[in-house]
Design a protein around this ligand. Sequence first.
Ligand code: SAM
Length: 249
Amino acid sequence: MNEHQLSKRLMQVAEYVPHGSRMADIGSDHAYLPIFLVLNGKISFAIAGEVNDGPYESAKAQVDRLGLQGVVDVRKGDGLAVIDAEEVDVICIAGMGGALIRQILSEQSSKLNQVKRLILQPNVASHILREWCLENGWELKDERMVAEDDKYYEVLIADRGTPSVPYEQLPEAWRLHALTMGPFLLRHPNQAFIDKWTYELNKRKKILESLDNGVGPDVEEKKKLIETEMAMIQEGLKYGSRSDDHPMV
Ligand code: SAM
């Protein structure tokens, strides 16, 4: 992978950056994403934010090598500290856990006042970001699941709006499924979604089997929790296999 050719995961993020937007890539590492977008003429200004020395230096070196100083502005700092309010209208945060992304978004939330779109790619715990969006006025507009190198990655696209909209198309009883598995992904599953949740289901089956010989209230509680999760995943997978939008409940 290099600035000319992104990974499948980052390509999916890049696809949702609107033409002509001013974007900040927080936790940019090598700055491949903003450089790719600039080199492909999709955007003409980006900020690459990095908190750590190594990735910051690597981003700066890439930008200098390509003569993109001033077009891709590499800045060192924690999360949204690197941007001024009104400087960008799109923020991408990719390749971190959901909890860290939420922390970055929450810590300096006034920096988001003029931002119109968030493109978030949590490596784990995407439900944390769906909850954050619901609580903070961000409406999910789409979701993508990609498989790469035996891992599954979710990309969440959110604009300012009415956060409940994507969930209203599902019955209330499906709220937990939607928060965990994604309201768009549930309704329009692709192979990566099916594979990821089949893998998650099998993982839980194995844990359940390993608990078979255990005794005591803790074991029972754990078993119950896993069984509940498994039921939810199975229902979610069934929902996805239907051609219309009405779950089998
Ligand atoms: N975004 C790139 C991608 O998706 O390929 C790089 C992901 S890399 C795994 C995560 C990067 O986020 C690291 O370079 C790390 O230094 C940076 N990072 C972690 N916490 C950060 C924070 N609070 N503010 C800015 N950057 C952060």
